[in-house]
Design a protein around this ligand. Structure first.
Ligand SMILES: Cc1cc2nc3c(=O)[nH]c(=O)nc-3n(C[C@H](O)[C@H](O)[C@H](O)COP(=O)(O)O)c2cc1C
Length: 205
């Protein structure tokens, strides 16, 4: 297989999305990719963080996780974005990072890569699809190759979201099904990116 670089760029306040990000990293690594798991900067006021012990604990637990840089974007063949659903949309922390990418976009450096997204929400109908679709709006602008999981693996018939791995936080921590869905999503992105890379190499040979 062509060597494939995967950047998993996420925001997580209380750890759910980070758990899914780690599962996606596992899937991508098993598929032979080189993986970076990177977080976006926290922008919430300290008073909001201090009011939520789970938020404080997760920030401390991930203190060593590197912050995403533009190099992660240009380095990657596959970019997976993970964000909690916030009023039916991606978290503002992730959007804030995305909105720094204008210079890369302008140079065409974000085009032709594989993009996919995953999320979590408190309730089953709390906006998971709208969050993933909102991220996809950006992928269109970047000229990305959007790779959704669809129903391309038996786990998708259990997890039930063809747009991207999605977990309902109100039901507890991510189950094996959600984790397997994240692994599958990442594996599939790596396989498609490898096929694209091989095809491009063959065309330019
Ligand atoms: C400001 C805010 C808005 C939220 N909006 C929604 C929502 O629209 N639908 C929903 O089901 N859950 C909503 N939630 C719950 C989050 O989606 C949930 O806490 C998150 O997925 C947990 O992920 P994390 O542990 O990675 O932070 C919201 C939470 C916050 C703090």
């Amino acid at each position: 297989m062509e060597p494939i670089n995967v950047a998993i760029i996420y925001y997580s306040a209380t750890g759910t999305i980070r758990t899914l990000a780690d599962a996606a990293a596992e899937g991508a690594e098993k598929a032979g990719a080189t993986v970076r798991v990177v977080k976006v900067a926290e922008t919430a006021p300290q008073t909001a963080i201090d009011a939520n012990p789970a938020w404080i604990a997760h920030l401390a637990a991930t203190a060593d996780t590197p912050h995403v840089t533009h190099d992660d974007l240009t380095w990657a063949d596959v970019i997976l974005f993970g964000s909690p659903t916030r009023f039916g949309n991606p978290a503002s922390q992730l959007r804030a990072f995305i909105e720094t990418t204008g210079p890369l976009w302008f140079q065409g450096l974000l085009a032709d890569k594989v993009y996919s997204a995953f999320t979590a929400s408190n309730t089953a109908h709390g906006g998971q699809e709208s969050t993933i679709l909102a991220l996809a709006n950006t992928f269109y602008h970047w000229g990305g190759v959007i790779v959704p999981p669809g129903y391309t693996d038996p786990v998708q018939f259990k997890s039930g979201n063809p747009y991207g791995t999605s977990h309902v936080v109100g039901e507890g921590a991510p189950s094996d099904v959600a984790l397997d869905a994240a692994r599958h999503q990442a594996r599939r992105c790596v396989a498609i990116a490898a096929a694209l890379k091989a095809g491009r190499a063959a065309l330019s040979a």
